[in-house]
Design a protein around this ligand. Structure first.
Ligand code: ATP
Ligand code: GLN
Length: 655
């Protein structure tokens, strides 16, 4: 069918929503779109992974949780510009040392950006910034079928949040007139023709080794039609003479000689009968990625067009087209994609998780979209530092989510303030303190030896401790609170000793613990406790404690490769990926941390590029984990999200 190349480009652009169709339509095409190349690469990787997992499965159960990676394995904190000073990006700069550097970040506005995109953002915006150049944010909006207004706003916002300022925001569609003129010029230079081939014909022209088409590749009959005829047909396409898929403009590239499928007469224009969000109903034909990208790069005088490795074969066509229409030729170079294992990033699959209520929304903190990481409280600087730690080469980075978390943990450790939060409280009454006893205890915000100031918290007769820090029977290996044993309360001078406890008969849960404060008599000394636990005290004077809901997010999936699970990734979802602690209690320092947020100020939160949201209230809950305030917080109810635990394998369902 004549429409197939047109369809290839469409599929290309809506790859996430029509993935199922690709197998049938795209595979038949001699002109392989970038989507089909990506698809093949993905299939190859999937097969490799499956093989590896099959081997692993013989030794271990298939659904075992991600292997913990020791914190020490994460690369040490690097110079934030290291990725530009050395290695691949430094080579790229040396290859093209033009004084004025121009780059671009060119997303398709058809979904939310994910962690992989943060690498592309860091590479393109960062490279320009490092070399004193300029980076465009260019929306690659050549497929009106997949684009939505909300994605434009979300993409721009997240770039600013990461601390980058686009030199200009442009749209491929800004250039539709210019591109159309160049397409006519290309036809006139005998560089393109209008084709009407069918699916079957195209498959046959592709040649190959199958019994059915065992012959060399060959060009179709339209390839040699006169230039004037192609020009007239192209204009007819533009004027709406043809229905979608009935004609397409094809570049006349290399007589099907080379082995590079990205040079087998790629499609340049296809018919899409759909209004465009910016150009309305003006156009019935839309340029493909292969026709648009290099020319838009050229119009914007991009010096270094940095993209991911699956475009390596496209480089030849990129350069061919610029040369053919004699325009400025940027330099395309390709780096390895960043992929996180143990999660899924495909838009289609995330859409299913959202639709079936498995996650709260596209920004559910268990996802790896950038809006999700932002809501989860991961600071923008931690994301950039992670990308920088990994460095940039042409190899694909397959990184475990635990490695990402370890990098975030490291980043937070020395930067955010600390306070005490009890996720699952038990009341402790210190019987030998007077009813109205109130002492102010100094709690430093910073880690040991780091001065970040301090705040005062009340210590009174009634305190709350973590349920886990109490046991009904004392034992030699338990150093926290149990009948007859003592424990220290962090920042409090003397320890407490448990005297008795009460239980709820129906639930079997401990409801109240009684203790004594072990202040020694004058002249006596006291025994230093073996361990110290966190606590918060009741005080109406200090409005303490602050009631909060704490949400602890564990990995959404059981295995490290949800895509390999049968029948599909949905079967790999963990039941306990979200654990809510509705009765958590925070100490009064939270009020000051909220007031001072973002603390520290950094990236887009510091330079005024974005209005810091609630998630910029980040802190370490001592002995529990790192938390931020969730966007669903109301004046009546504070909700906290756990960013990461304090340790690698904080354990299922526990904070
Ligand atoms: N995982 C990744 N790692 C690094 N760069 C990426 C990754 N995914 C996309 N990019 C780059 O981001 C830029 C804009 O991406 P765009 O939204 O068009 O990508 P995409 O390939 O459609 O992404 P996806 O299909 O994963 O959503 C491109 O230059 C692309 O190469
Ligand atoms: N050359 C590139 O960076 C590709 C950008 C393009 N929007 C994509 O599909 O990924």
């Amino acid at each position: 069918m004549a429409e197939q190349n047109g369809e290839a480009s469409m599929v290309d652009k809506v790859k996430d929503t029509v993935e199922a169709a690709k197998g049938t339509v795209e595979d038949a095409l001699p002109v392989r779109s970038k989507a089909s190349i990506k698809k093949e690469q993905k299939a190859l990787e999937k097969a490799k992974k499956k093989e590896a997992y099959a081997k692993e499965a013989q030794a271990a159960p298939k659904t075992k949780p991600a292997k913990p990676v020791k914190d020490e394995q994460a690369a040490p904190v690097r110079d934030p510009d290291a990725m530009f000073k050395e290695g691949w990006l430094d080579e790229v700069r040396k290859e093209r040392p033009e004084p004025d550097v121009y780059t671009r970040f060119p997303p398709e506005p058809n979904g939310y950006l994910h962690i992989g995109h943060s690498k592309a953002i860091a590479v393109n915006f960062g490279f320009a910034r490092y070399h004193g150049g300029k980076c465009y944010l260019r929306f690659d909006d050549t497929n009106p079928e997949a684009e939505e207004e909300k994605f434009f706003t979300a993409i721009e916002d997240i770039i600013r949040w990461l601390g980058f300022k686009p030199y200009r925001i442009t749209y491929s569609s800004d250039n539709f007139d210019k591109l159309y003129k160049l397409a006519e010029e290309l036809i006139e230079r005998d560089g393109a023709y209008v084709c009407h081939c069918t699916d079957e014909q195209i498959k046959d022209q592709r040649g190959g080794t199958d019994e059915k088409n065992k012959h060399p590749r060959y060009g179709c009959e339209h390839r040699s039609r006169p230039t004037e005829e192609s020009l007239a047909e192209f204009r007819a396409m533009k004027d709406g003479k043809y229905k979608p898929r009935a004609a397409f403009l094809r570049m006349k590239q290399d007589d099907f000689v080379t082995g590079n499928p990205q040079m087998w007469d790629l499609a340049a224009y296809r018919i899409i009968d759909q209004p465009h969000h910016r150009t309305g109903t003006k156009w019935k034909i839309y340029p493909t990625y292969d026709f648009t990208h290099c020319l838009c790069d050229s119009f914007e005088h991009i010096t270094h067009s940095l993209c991911t490795v699956e475009f390596i074969n496209s480089r030849e066509s990129y350069e061919w087209l610029c040369d053919k229409v004699e325009v400025y030729k940027p330099m395309q170079r390709e780096y390895g994609r960043l992929n996180l294992t143990g999660t899924i990033m495909s838009k289609r699959k995330i859409a299913r998780l959202v639709k079936e209520g498995k996650v709260l929304d596209w920004d559910d903190p268990r996802l790896y979209t950038l809006v999700a990481l932002r809501r989860r409280g991961v600071p923008p600087g931690a994301i950039l530092s992670f990308v920088n730690e990994l460095g940039v080469t042409t190899a694909r980075s397959n990184i475990q989510t635990v490695r990402f978390e370890s990098s975030v943990r490291k980043y937070l450790e020395m930067t955010v303030p600390r306070l005490m939060v009890i996720t699952d409280p038990i009341k402790v009454i210190i019987d030998n303190l007077p009813e109205d006893y109130e002492e102010e205890v100094e709690n430093g915000f910073g880690p040991k030896n780091v001065d970040m100031g301090s705040h005062k918290m009340p210590f009174t007769r009634t305190v709350y401790i973590e349920r886990d820090d109490f046991r009904e029977t004392a034992s030699k290996d338990f150093f926290r609170l149990a009948p007859g044993s003592s424990v220290g309360l962090l920042k409090v001078t003397y320890p407490i000793t448990c005297t008795s406890f009460k239980k709820d008969d129906t639930t079997g849960l401990v409801t109240e613990v009684h203790a004594t404060y072990d202040k020694p008599a004058e002249g006596e000394t006291f025994k230093k406790p073996k361990s110290y636990i966190h606590w918060v005290a009741e005080s109406s004077k200090h409005s303490s404690p602050v009631k909060v809901e704490a949400r602890v997010f564990n990995s959404l999936f059981k295995s490290d490769n949800p895509e390999a699970v049968e029948p599909d990734f949905m079967a790999d979802i963990r039941e306990d990926s979200l654990v809510t602690f509705p009765n958590a209690l925070a100490e009064v320092g939270l009020t000051e941390i909220q007031r001072r947020a973002p603390w520290p100020e950094e990236a887009g939160e510091a330079n005024g590029e974005v209005k810091p949201g609630r998630e910029s209230v980040r802190f370490q809950a001592m002995r529990v984990g790192y938390f931020c305030v969730d966007r669903e917080t109301t004046p009546e109810k504070i909700i906290l999200n756990r960013i990461v635990g304090l340790k690698e394998d904080a354990g299922k369902g526990s904070a």
